[in-house]
Design a protein. Structure first.
Length: 257
């Protein structure tokens, strides 16, 4: 209970709550259990376009009765979330919920509500997870997760990269290779905001250079001071650098029998 007491000599309420238990105003407060998670320090997640974030929820007290965790996205057009997770009595978890960027950049929030009885009855966490849903990129040569093939004979490949949303400020993409001894890449691509063109037609090229045989991945990070693309990123662009094909004879004469 929280006890209220007035201590103000200028008020006609002075002394209320000091004359005994019958004069004490009390408000009963129920202290409910709650949640722990992999975002409890910041309650924030940044998700690249088309990617998934896994929210790990743990109950900080064992539930005395079974129930369900209901998760609600504040903007279903931007982010989808696992709608319901069954909770067993006595089990604190962890319970995993999938949050998916649906391709519409912006901000959204995820709220968590326990549905059921017992000590968790009525427990809710509004706006528990704040989402920053980043704009993305279009790379025609890397569709569907298939690796980009880098041929030894050609020595290089011009990789087309476009922005799939209009940049609100000039944007520079910093591109890195996980192993420059296998495939090197031009370090940056610039997109002026004033001349953005939607889709593949607005692409700029980054040159991939064959160095040796192997597999690498490319990462992209956008720099755009004050712009919507600042901090947008894309990782895991697979590149396969193929071996050289040896040809013993480049010309031959064929005689008809």
């Amino acid at each position: 209970a929280v006890r209220l007491r007035v201590n103000d000599s200028l008020s006609n309420y002075d002394g209320i709550g000091q004359g005994g238990d019958e004069a004490v105003s009390a408000i009963m407060v129920s202290v409910l259990p709650g949640f722990l998670s992999n975002v409890q320090d910041t309650h924030r997640a940044v998700i690249q376009m088309g990617a998934e974030f896994v929210l790990e929820l743990t109950l900080d007290h064992p539930p005395t009765e079974a129930g369900n965790l209901t998760l609600v996205s504040s903007d279903p057009s931007r982010a989808s979330v696992t709608p319901m997770i069954a909770v067993a009595a006595g089990s604190v978890g962890p319970y995993l919920a999938s949050v998916v960027h649906l391709g519409n950049p912006g901000r959204a929030e995820v709220s968590v509500v326990f549905q059921g009885g017992g000590n968790y009855m009525g427990v809710r966490a509004d706006s528990y997870l704040r989402l920053e849903l980043l704009p993305g990129f279009v790379i025609p040569q890397a569709v569907g997760g298939a690796p980009v093939l880098l041929q030894h004979q050609k020595q290089y490949l011009d990789l087309s990269i476009a922005l799939n949303n209009r940049p609100t400020a000039d944007t520079t993409l910093r591109i890195t290779s996980s192993d420059a001894d296998v495939a090197a890449v031009s370090s940056s691509v610039f997109f002026p905001a004033a001349s953005w063109v939607q889709g593949e037609a607005g692409g700029r090229t980054a040159r991939l250079q064959w160095v040796s045989v192997g597999d690498v991945s490319l990462s992209i990070v956008a720099e755009s001071s004050g712009g919507n693309y600042n901090g947008a990123f894309l990782t895991g662009i697979a590149v396969k650098s193929l071996p050289m094909l040896n040809v013993s004879r480049s010309a031959a004469t064929v005689q008809k029998w």
